[in-house]
Write a protein that binds this ligand. Structure first.
Ligand code: IMP
Ligand code: MG
Length: 211
């Protein structure tokens, strides 16, 4: 494996710090599109393991159903669930709030509903990122009408200063600035979900997409 460092990808907010190691071979193809790395793979792994430990403690002896919000949460869900040392079940909802753009429309559509009844169950909703909060607020309202025993949220990231509705997010790994990010499940036009870190895109990527 190539261990050479790449000097054009930097960790955000620390231009003087050494560059992060180049991407893994399988995602080298995206290297030219990434501007900054906001969260390294190591940071994410540690934070997700911590969340898993907290959830294991909090849900011991309960009837845990992990509900992932597709598509973005699938990577987080896979990693998080393997740090939860409890019997549990999985379900997924698919919603659409953005289309291909980078600004929320405020309109949430349910593309796929849950397979399970959640009445009386301990539901933990797993989200990749909370931006305006409109998606989550809609989902929570919708799920509450089904009368779960409990309903909490676990989000990898929350953007600061852009939330339009009050939300109680019990488990949150990172607060990030209100910039558009990709990687670790998050996409731009369905690409970049398989990056092992979270980063920002170079402006050319957006320009090329509209032209
Ligand atoms: P919200 O409704 O504005 O909170 O947006 C939530 C959803 O929009 C997330 O579940 C993501 O799928 C998507 N989203 C929000 N911010 C970003 C981003 O920076 N990159 C990629 N997707 C995002
Ligand atoms: Mg998305």
């Amino acid at each position: 494996m190539d261990t050479q460092v790449d000097d054009h990808i930097r960790v955000s907010g620390s231009p003087s710090e050494p560059p992060v190691p180049r991407l893994a071979d399988h995602v080298d193809v995206y290297e030219k599109d990434i501007e900054d790395v906001l969260l390294t793979h190591d940071q994410i792994e540690q934070a997700v393991a911590d969340l898993g430990r907290q959830i294991t403690r909090d849900y011991s002896g309960r009837d845990l159903l992990l509900v992932g919000v597709l598509k973005g949460a699938f990577v987080m869900m896979a990693d998080l669930s393997r740090h939860i040392g409890l019997p549990m079940e999985f379900d997924f909802m698919a919603v659409s709030s953005y289309g291909a753009a980078t600004q929320t429309s405020g309109v949430v559509r349910i593309l796929k509903d849950l397979d399970h009844e959640i009445h009386g169950r301990d539901v933990l909703l797993v989200e990749d990122i909370v931006d305006s909060g409109l998606t989550l607020s809609y989902l929570l309202k919708n799920l509450r009408t089904r009368k779960p025993a409990s309903l909490e949220v676990c989000a990898l990231m929350q953007k600061t200063g852009v939330q339009q509705v009050p939300l109680d997010i019990k488990y949150r790994a990172f607060e990030i600035p209100p910039v558009f990010v990709v990687g670790y499940g998050l996409d731009y036009g369905e690409r970049f979900r398989n990056l092992p870190f979270v980063g920002t895109l170079r402006p050319e990527v957006y320009r090329d997409a509209v032209s």
